[in-house]
Ligand binder design. Sequence first.
Ligand code: NAI
Ligand code: MG
Length: 502
Amino acid sequence: MSSTQTVASDTPRRYQLFIDGKWMDAESGKTFETPNPSTGATLAEVAEADKADVDKAVAAARRAFEGKWSKMSARDRGRLMYKLSQLIDANSQELAALETSDNGKPIRESQYVDIPQVVENFEYFAGFATKIEGETIPVPGQMFNYTLREPLGVCGQIIPWNFPLLMAAWKLAPALAAGNTIVLKPAEQTPVTAMELGKLIQEAGFPDGVVNIVPGYGETAGAALASHPGIDKIAFTGSTEVGKLIAREAAQNLTKVSLELGGKAPNIVFADADIEQAVNGAMMSIFFNQGQVCCAGSRLFLHEEVKDEFLDNFKERASRMQVGNPMDTATHMGPQVSEEQLNRIKSYVEIARGEGATVLAGGEPPQLEGDFRAGYFFQPTIFSEVTNQMRVAQEEIFGPVVSVITFKDEEDLIQQANATIYGLSAGIWTRDITRAHRFAREIKAGVVWINTFNMFNAASPFGGYKQSGYGREMGKHALDLYTQVKSVWVDLSGKPMGWFGK
Ligand code: NAI
Ligand code: MG
């Protein structure tokens, strides 16, 4: 059974910038359009922030940080966050429909993955507000030494378009719990749900300026935020290329940085795996969210003994997937987020052919009807006969495209699996528990999935090794990104210090 949802209205929505608790046009008066990637039709017209607006937002965030927000009790801060999570939950249907309209992901994913995890993240970190504690240190002598865990101040947060509202939640929730104020820049491709979040933040009753939202382009608004001397921290999720630019900009002011960047995850199937389960996991690992997932299992390593059986099954399942209207609950894959991303994928199909790989399934856009002919759709695609040195095995494609590599033994496998600049995630399918745990230790990646893939929880840390970035989001580790430690010494002896007192 399938059903189709639509967004409330066909006329484009309008959004202003959200600064200091108020909605306002950009200083320049400029706006930009965000299309619905299913059809190319304009979904919303959005005020376009640039440096002058970022300056305003940073100043508002500073005032809020020095003012009401830092005087609020941790409990009240947590209660506001909890209230926000409930408001998001209450509006989840509309938020899911908007997310799908702006990003193209299947409504089933927006509704059952993205929005519920947004709620979960705000809820989880709401509870942390009252549990951020210092420590007492057993120093020698008549001294008392303790630590305070303090917020950093004003945090710039730049997020991507693949999980628009969820990436906002991953960044906002720990920052707010720790008592920081924020300037958030959503991706230009998908600003809509972030702006809706602004309305809910207002409704929840957060003081003005605690969260400011400045939609705009990366090279303008994003760069102005990353290089701003008035921010204490910059958090970024996106391409490794831009991550390096941001680290360079931030270095000018020694702004603290956390980066969650690209990946080229190995997903490994041993001969003793439950093949049915592994095929299912491989589908989920690369076709979820149209493959626009930094931790996607884009390098599929198959043991040569099971390669044929696996690929027959995998190819058949991939070609049966429904690609089309993402508002239809029967759809497995919607469009890619933008024409730029679609073209990038097409170019990698050419690169793969040129390198001698075989296109086993997909490799081109599907034939769709009506308005969807103008959408940015692509078929689930499998490249076989790939070697780990090929560009399609080394570069992040960020689409529903998987490169299949075969292997013989474990040692060779580990070497190949680690032979990439990235280290975000990895998956392994085997019934041998010693092998599974050995692999978990030997792989250089921030997340390892054993007989599963793409599992997330607000309580479990996520982040990269190597050029996949630094810092861990979610879980208690995320608080390290948004707090700093102050060590306080108190003399208990009442006596003059050392020889200076003599
Ligand atoms: P991007 O890295 O350019 O964009 C991500 C965010 O950074 C957006 O908000 C963008 O406006 C901002 N940005 C761009 N240039 C900036 C700059 N100079 N200063 C400050 N902020 C800037 O990613 P893009 O161009 O959308 O996608 C290109 C590739 O990046 C994808 O094909 C994919 O491989 C990778 N990517 C990885 C993501 C992840 O989750 N790790 C998410 C999005 C893209
Ligand atoms: Mg870019």
